[in-house]
Structures are given as C-alpha cells and as structure tokens.
Design a protein around this ligand. Structure first.
Ligand SMILES: [Cu+2]
Length: 126
C-alpha cells in the first residue's frame, strides 16, 4: 500500500517535471538558515537574516540560469559579488562579516534590475 502510494507520487512528479520544461524541479530546493533557493524566478526567502560571519549560498532550482548580484547602492559594509548560477547549480558562497549590523540587497541581472523587478532580495546581517 505504501509502495503504491510512493509510485503514484513519483509518477505525478515525473509528469509535472516534463510539463514544465522551462522551470525544472523547483520543488527540489529547500531554503536553510544559510541557503537561498532560486525558484520560479524568485529568491526564496526574499529576506534572509543571518549573524555576522555567515557564508550564504544560493541554489538554482530553475531549469535556466540566474545571477546573484549585489546591489551597487548597498552600504559599504556589504560584500560586493556577482555570480552566475546555472540551472541546477549552487553559486559560490558569499561571506557576510560586516563590523556592524547591515542590510544588503541583491538581484538577478537577467530577470531584474537593482531597483525593479520581482527577482530582488535582501540579506539582513545582525
Ligand atoms: Cu534570474
């Protein structure tokens, strides 16, 4: 009975994956305290709060590329980064180690700009 249910769920997943070829298996990424998921052309979570000294990574669950790029208007205490994230890949980690609490914004250069578009997000460093 349990095996049949598993097979049925697997079949549904397969059909969904094939029917959304532009999106890929976006359900396959689960955010953590230090990892942001890129799925359905959004960052999830859109605001991640971390403690000073944390390295944040980004995992792309979409079937196409994104970038994770620091906003050029960020306070000087924010790191500066610009990383491409291929479909299914994980971007290099970015260390957030400011001398005091700071809020750093970032975006995807392909699907947004620093000031507009849905694919923008925030790292709050406490
Ligand atoms: Cu993007």
């Amino acid at each position: 009975m349990r095996l049949i249910r598993l097979l049925a769920l697997g079949g549904i997943g397969l059909v969904a994956a094939c029917g959304k070829e532009n999106y890929g298996p976006s359900g396959s990424c689960t955010p953590t305290a230090t990892k942001v998921c890129l799925a359905n052309i959004l960052f999830n979570p859109s605001t991640l709060t971390v403690t000073k000294g944390t390295t944040v990574t980004w995992q792309n669950a979409d079937g196409f590329g994104h970038t994770t790029t620091s906003n050029p208007s960020n306070p000087a205490a924010c790191p500066v980064w610009d990383n491409s994230v291929a479909a299914g890949a994980t971007a290099p980690g970015v260390l957030f180690n400011p001398s005091s609490a700071v809020t750093c914004q970032y975006y995807c250069k392909i699907h947004a700009t620093p000031t507009s578009g849905a694919m923008r997000a925030t790292i709050m460093v406490q």
